[in-house]
Write a protein that binds this ligand. Structure first.
Ligand code: GLN
Length: 551
């Protein structure tokens, strides 16, 4: 990423991205794509997510309701949009770039208790917005960013995000040239009418106005492109220049969004609104990546197996977004179109004869998970996969359950289990991490898992060594339980190769199975580090094995 050159040094600039009409229309991808095109203009960019909920982090929220919990290098459990920023900006985003209402209040209350307000009456306004601004500026400084994008969660008009809007307004009032506003709004096309309607967006603009904010840009999310008539309407009724109404129709691959924006010269328009002069864009690397995506024709068929998969495609794609994206990055890099099929493991519990459907796939992923539902179904599927030489990638729970399967069926340890399933398991193959025991006993669940980046030492001549081509790697974690080292020897004798171990605490990080073309379980989540411009080595190696298997 190019840093700004000396002769272009300017005040740090801030772009607030807010939502109109409804949520889930792609504010995160819009924010990330704006970041990408500004990087293409040689600017140093960072992105912040401000979420209106009280939770101190996303870790205690159910992913089927809230979406994936993303984990940063520095041990934070954040909203999935931080993952979007990392993937689009191709950089690590740290904990300082994520705030929630709960976090903001927490800090203000702590300060008040520490007498840091010098006897003042501490009030919601201005003290809460001031803390928000403080956090925004800290993230800007931390990244030394020329441009900081701040995405405010939810939609304008909600009680919840008004204090974030107030912070944005305060920043704009103080430095109008340094702050721009982008409203990402939804334009419905009612089937009965067949015409795109701008009225809900007009109302969103007015709501934004009542918070003292005028949008500079409207990104018009819709099933169709924005036509001139609608652009004119948005310009007249929302008080934006016509060319600042940006068309954002549904698109098959999110990584094409930056290009779609650049076609409309959004980069230069944003620079102009921030009082910066236009610059040439260099998106060569990005364009090359997108070209690879569109030119991949042949399919690679991957089954993703877990519980809760009965909840529907939409929920799933949000709950497992990093796994899905990592699989895509790896497949595209090998000129393949990934086709992911979701399989609910509970089906195998009810009807084991269904297991043979797994043969149709080129590879199987068991992603991370918690709790007891569907687990026996996963374990029998893993046995089937192992016996039938189907490439297998187990992520976190997917590694733990693979070890249980091998313990039961190869090491003949009857009653082998994880204590998450059976606290009194006869053979606790997966046990409570000794560093976790107190947390569980005392109900301290928020932010207490083994989280964030940890080192892992790789053994030579293993699949892991072939994938990573390094002796020491670092990957991100999010789990409470660990492989029980008391069983290491027995599992080795049963065919397991422990190819990656944490050097400080001697914890098992990667486990492979010898008599199989590609069977790997990892205690961490490699998907958090996969980027479209830099696919993850382990996913790449898995995908290679799947392609080989498909032949
Ligand atoms: N439930 C398991 C644990 O806490 C696995 C967690 C995961 O897959 N992220 O250790």
């Amino acid at each position: 990423m190019a840093a700004s050159s000396k002769n272009t040094k300017h005040n740090p600039k801030f772009i607030f991205v807010v939502g109109g009409v409804m949520s889930s229309v792609g504010k995160g991808v819009t924010s990330a794509s704006i970041g990408r095109i500004l990087i293409g203009k040689g600017l140093k960019v960072t992105a912040i997510k401000a979420d209106p909920y009280i939770n101190l982090d996303a870790g205690t929220m159910n992913p089927t309701e809230h979406g994936e919990v993303f984990v940063t290098e520095d041990k934070d459990e954040t909203d999935q949009d931080i993952g979007n920023y990392e993937r689009f900006l191709n950089t690590d985003i740290n904990s300082v770039n994520y705030m929630t209402t709960g976090r903001v209040y927490n800090t203000v209350i702590e300060r008040e208790r520490n007498l840091e307000y010098n006897g003042a009456c501490v009030e919601v306004v201005p003290h809460i917005p001031m803390e928000i601004i403080k956090r925004i500026k800290k993230a800007q400084r931390n990244a030394d960013a020329d441009v900081t994008i701040i995405e405010i969660g939810g939609t304008v008009g909600e009680y919840q995000n008004i204090l974030f809007l107030e912070a944005a307004r305060m920043m704009h009032t103080k430095n109008p040239d340094d702050v721009a506003f982008v409203l990402v709004s939804y334009l419905p096309i009612p089937a009965r009418v067949g015409e795109m309607k701008t009225k809900p967006t007009q109302n969103a603009c007015r709501t934004l106005n009542s918070a003292g904010i005028q949008a500079d840009f409207i990104v018009a999310r819709a099933a169709q492109p924005l036509d001139n008539k609608r652009k004119k309407k948005l310009s007249t009724f929302c008080a934006i220049p016509e060319e600042n109404a940006i068309s954002a129709p549904d698109i098959d691959v999110i990584y094409k969004v930056p290009q779609a924006f650049e076609k409309q010269k959004l980069g230069d328009k944003i620079l102009k609104s921030l009082n910066l002069s236009p610059r040439k864009t260099n998106m060569q690397e990005w364009n090359k990546m997108v070209k690879r995506i569109t030119s991949a024709k042949q399919e690679v068929k991957i089954a993703v197996l877990g519980k809760y998969f009965g909840t529907g495609e939409f929920t799933l794609s949000d709950s497992y977004i990093s796994v899905i994206e990592a699989a895509r990055h790896a497949a595209w890099a090998q000129n393949r179109q990934p086709v992911l099929t979701w399989i609910d493991s509970e089906e195998y519990e009810q009807n084991p004869s269904k297991l043979k459907e797994l043969k149709k796939f080129d590879g199987v992923i068991v992603p991370g998970g918690f709790g007891t539902r569907g687990v026996e179904g996963i374990i029998s599927a893993i046995q089937y996969i192992r016996k039938n030489n189907i490439p297998y990638l187990g992520l976190c729970y997917g590694m733990q359950l693979a070890m249980i399967e091998i313990a039961r069926n190869e090491a003949k340890l009857e009653g082998a289990n994880t204590v998450e399933m059976d606290p009194k398991a006869k053979h606790p193959i997966i046990e409570v991490n000794p560093f976790q025991a107190d947390n569980i006993r005392e109900n301290r669940f928020g932010g207490t898992m083994r989280l964030g980046a940890y080192d892992c030492k790789i053994s030579p001549n293993t699949i892991a060594a072939k994938a990573y081509k390094k002796k020491i790697i670092s990957e991100r974690h999010r789990h409470r339980y660990e492989f029980n080292n008391k069983y290491r020897k027995q599992l080795e004798e049963a065919g397991v190769v422990f190819s990656g171990v944490n050097p400080d605490k001697d914890l098992v990080e990667i486990a492979e199975y010898k008599d199989h073309p590609w069977f790997v379980g990892v205690q961490f989540h490699p998907e958090f580090k996969s980027r479209p411009l830099d696919p993850h080595p382990l996913y790449l190696e898995f995908m290679k094995a799947c392609i080989k298997h498909s032949k």
